[in-house]
Design a binder for this molecule. Structure first.
Ligand SMILES: Cc1ncc(COP(=O)(O)O)c(C=O)c1O
Length: 329
């Protein structure tokens, strides 16, 4: 009902599983730790961006698009999942990378290539210049008679995928008799967390959401979340039942030296979750998030008496490009 005005393509495998983590919970001194497996989807090895892509590609198909363009570094999960979705829908996919071409493809870029995407390497340029080049490519394709769609050009529309994820998790927790009180979710560019926060606010704040920043300092991620939250509200033409500041706390203390730069605790968390639960994380998004959850318990910010769920947003293929961190000594 909430989303019926928005065209949507089915790409994600929903609902994603909600699983108890008894052995990792024992390490974290919390008996009721859960994980929501957004990494566990059938298409293109899954991950958070499939929820966004359901709405973006719904709009693209409605507009009659024949070429899908996505931008990112070769490690980008968003590029990989755009390639997967385009392959499934029979659309041409062009990826613009702000880096030089590597001699050897591995991780996400290898998978994007296998799924038929065409990669263009723009050299080491910043994201604004990359965006200009993407817009220039759009114009060129239009003059050649194509109808291109640029992934990510409508941020709030993609966020609807995670508005839905909050509603989905709430229903699952009720069905499994879990009195869920805390959710821990990653925040990089903030679309995923903002959607989830908006969904939580629509529900009237049944659980508190801790956003673990893996890209920006606290003030910056907060202002991104605020902007997205308000834009989702305008898009849905709804006033939520709680304010952003009531629903969310942002933690930037797990960022370490910066985006995609692992901390010792995050590296250890990849091993810990793998060896206690057989679940794989990676070192850009999910290891800092799971470590953040554990440390929030240790600091008394999350009580071990209150059921807590961490969202696994995927990104597993990136682990193969981070292999040097895990070689046996
Ligand atoms: C696996 C994974 N997790 C989390 C994120 C963060 O999502 P957002 O940029 O919406 O904060 C990304 C972003 O690309 C991702 O690929």
């Amino acid at each position: 009902m909430l989303f019926s005005r928005f065209p949507r393509v089915q790409l994600a495998t929903l609902p994603t599983p909600l699983q108890h983590l008894p052995r990792y919970g024992a390490l974290a001194n919390h008996p009721e730790v859960y994980i929501k497996r957004d990494d566990f989807m059938a298409l293109g090895m899954g991950g958070n961006k499939l929820r966004h892509l359901e709405f973006w590609l719904g709009a693209a198909l409605q507009q009659g698009a024949d070429v899908i363009i996505a931008c990112g570094r070769p490690e980008s999960n968003q590029c990989r999942l755009t390639a997967a979705a385009a392959a499934k829908l029979g659309l041409k996919c062009i990826l613009l990378h702000n880096t030089e071409k590597a001699d050897f493809l591995q991780g996400n870029i290898l998978l994007s290539y296998l799924m038929g995407a065409q990669s263009m390497y723009l050299g080491e340029i910043d994201e604004d210049t990359r965006q200009e080049q993407a817009l220039a490519l759009m114009e060129k394709l239009k003059s050649a008679g194509h109808n291109p769609y640029l992934i990510g050009s409508d941020v709030p529309l993609g966020c609807l995928g995670y508005v839905n994820a909050a509603l989905e998790l709430h229903q699952q927790a009720l069905a499994q008799n879990i009195d869920l009180r805390h959710v821990v979710i990653v925040g990089a560019m903030g679309g995923t967390a903002a959607g989830f926060l908006y969904g939580t606010a629509l529900l009237g704040h049944p659980f508190h959401v801790h956003v673990i920043s893996v890209e920006y300092p606290k003030e910056k991620i907060w202002s991104i979340l605020e902007r997205n939250f308000n834009n989702i509200s305008s898009l849905l033409e709804l006033t939520p039942n709680a304010k952003l500041a009531e629903v969310a706390t942002v933690h930037a203390e797990y960022l370490g030296p910066g985006y995609a730069q692992p901390t010792p605790e995050a590296i250890q968390t990849v091993r810990d979750l793998a060896q206690t639960e057989g679940i794989l994380l990676e070192n850009v998004y999910t290891s800092k998030t799971v470590w953040g959850m554990r440390d929030l318990v240790a600091r008394g910010i999350i009580s071990p008496q209150e059921a807590t769920c961490v969202i696994h947003t995927g990104g597993g293929p990136a682990l193969f490009a981070q292999a040097e961190l895990y070689q046996p000594r």
